[in-house]
Design a protein around this ligand. Sequence first.
Ligand code: ADP
Ligand code: MG
Length: 242
Amino acid sequence: MALVEIRDVRKTFGKTEVLKGVSLDVEEGEIVTIIGRSGSGKSTLLRCINALESVDSGEIRVEGQQVHAKMPDLKKFRQRVGIAFQAFNLFPHLKVERNITLAPLLTGRIDKSKARALAEDVLTRVGLADKIDAWPEQLSGGQQQRVAIARCLAMAPHLMLFDEVTSALDPELVGEVLKVMEAMAKQGMTMILVTHEMGFARNVANRIVFMHQGRVWEQGPPAKLFANPETPELASFIASAK
Ligand code: ADP
Ligand code: MG
């Protein structure tokens, strides 16, 4: 059984069908990068996987469990499936430690005595152990995004979704965030990520999925997909992304 099973998923907003029958399996430990033009449905697909949106038809299963916005144990489910966005959404009125430990404490994953050690552990993994007592506004954009990723890691997710997490960053800050994601990939985290960073997609992903007009248009190993695109749509996307 794949960790994520997506079967013929359709999703419509108003009159626009945004996902037109998407099927995709992601195995445990796999790094899958979704690429495609703006509006092709990449974010909507990620949001459906995390139950931030419900599918209209078809089915998504994560670890065998059917996912939808009204699933009974939604909170528990979201602990297992972390998502990070372009906007980091740190709580500005809470220090870094508290940003990280709030959810694990509220959900009872840890008790108070373990909070600081947990924050230290996940901050070490993103290279920011020395920022545990900082306020978000004292950090650079890249550092804030790494704290946001650390906050996800604090819930010990089984699957991580990343939606263009480097798109809002100044170019010189992109590398440090990609490095953190690469380290997570090496440690075996299952990851589905949407990115414009083609170098990262090429070097780190096991598989590239090209979405076009609400469909999985083409997919395969990065080397093959970039060197020999089978469809003119992917060929022109690759040319425009260079
Ligand atoms: P991508 O991430 O590939 O750029 P999205 O999944 O964000 O694409 O969006 C696909 C299409 O769905 C776009 O046309 C967008 O305007 C539309 N869309 C996304 N979310 C909503 C929403 N909540 N309400 C209405 N339309 C939406
Ligand atoms: Mg998007």
